[in-house]
Design a protein around this ligand. Structure first.
Ligand code: PBG
Length: 308
């Protein structure tokens, strides 16, 4: 009766890793409890989440190394893992929202989100490819395009490209405030983009010291046509979630990233934190900070707890 905020299943978005293999989903070593699933088992894997009422799923591909190259060409393949997964999921579960991550890192052999020219990621050339990647995903049935690459001007370019293709129902959920963070380690491990990563992403991701800059990034993305925005990572950046929510009143999502997941699960394994209470507390705190929803690897577990 006196709670100011509530956490509901409707607030949860589930990020999943799609692998090229067949058969039983395989464990992601860096994230205990997280699995990589092939296309054949995808419907069975996702069904419990849909039944629990999770409204949207974010898809990430574990692209085989043999398909990676310096230009990330596989991102434009209409039959790549994301597009194939989108078609399977749309057929089986037409009402679940599908979020497609737009960035080249799952497809490049150097692990960067854009195209490398010399030692740097070339912004404009990257934006052109990212726009084509977005179209490729939208044509396969992705409902929400989520550019996580942090190139300048990509939201506007993607919006124009979608309009030109008459993909007028596709939403853009921009990773507007994405920090150059140590908390992405286990995710890069899961995708195989970590070991390969040459250098770091600090020329295009944000400095953790900055908060006003986050507001400028969000303002630009909204101006360019973003419908929803993401702050990432989550827990160490709750102040940013709060500021973005207050300043713009646009649906603001927080991404509880792989390193946050690993921190909590490892603390649970060490017997230091109660798992169920820990999960629900972190998620509730995102809501308190102003998040409309949370992308979390705990989504299914949390949904079960909330429904119990
Ligand atoms: C990159 C991308 C990353 C994550 C989502 N999209 C990693 C990165 O920027 O290196 C991280 C998610 C997580 O850590 O859970 N396009």
């Amino acid at each position: 009766m006196v709670a100011e905020t509530v956490l509901n299943v409707e607030n949860l978005i589930w990020p999943i890793f799609i692998g090229a293999g067949k058969g039983d989903p395989t464990p992601v070593d860096s994230m205990p409890g997280v699995l990589r699933v092939g296309l054949d088992r995808l419907p069975a894997y996702v069904e419990p989440a849909v039944k629990l009422g999770i409204p949207a799923i974010a898809l990430f591909p574990a692209t085989p190394a043999s398909l990676k190259d310096s230009e990330g060409s596989e991102a434009l393949n209409p039959n790549n893992l994301i597009c194939s997964a989108a078609r399977v999921l749309k057929r089986e579960f037409p009402n679940v929202g599908l979020i497609g991550d737009v960035a080249l890192d799952p497809y490049t052999d150097h692990g960067h989100d854009g195209l490398l020219r010399g030692d740097y990621v070339a912004n404009d050339e990257s934006v052109a490819v990212l726009s084509r990647q977005a179209i490729n995903q939208a044509n396969a049935g992705i409902d929400i395009i989520a550019p996580s690459d942090m190139m300048d001007g990509r939201v506007g370019a993607i919006r124009r490209a979608l309009d030109e293709e008459r993909l007028i129902h596709t939403l853009i959920m921009s990773y507007a405030a994405k920090y150059a963070s140590s908390f992405y380690g286990p995710f890069r491990e899961a995708l195989g983009s970590g070991a390969a990563l040459r250098g770091n992403k600090r020329t295009y991701q944000m400095n953790p010291a900055n908060s006003d800059e986050a507001l400028r990034e969000v303002a630009m993305d909204i101006e360019e046509g973003a419908d929803l925005v993401i702050v990432k990572p989550g827990m160490p950046y709750l102040d940013i979630v709060r500021r973005v929510h207050e300043e713009f009143r646009i649906p603001t999502f927080a991404y509880q990233v792989s390193g946050e997941y690993a921190m909590l699960t490892n603390a649970v394994q060490a017997g230091l934190i109660d798992r169920e209470r820990g999960i629900l507390e972190t998620l509730l705190c995102f809501r308190r900070a102003g998040a409309s929803g949370i992308l979390t690897y705990f989504a299914v577990e949390a949904a079960r707890l909330l429904r119990a």
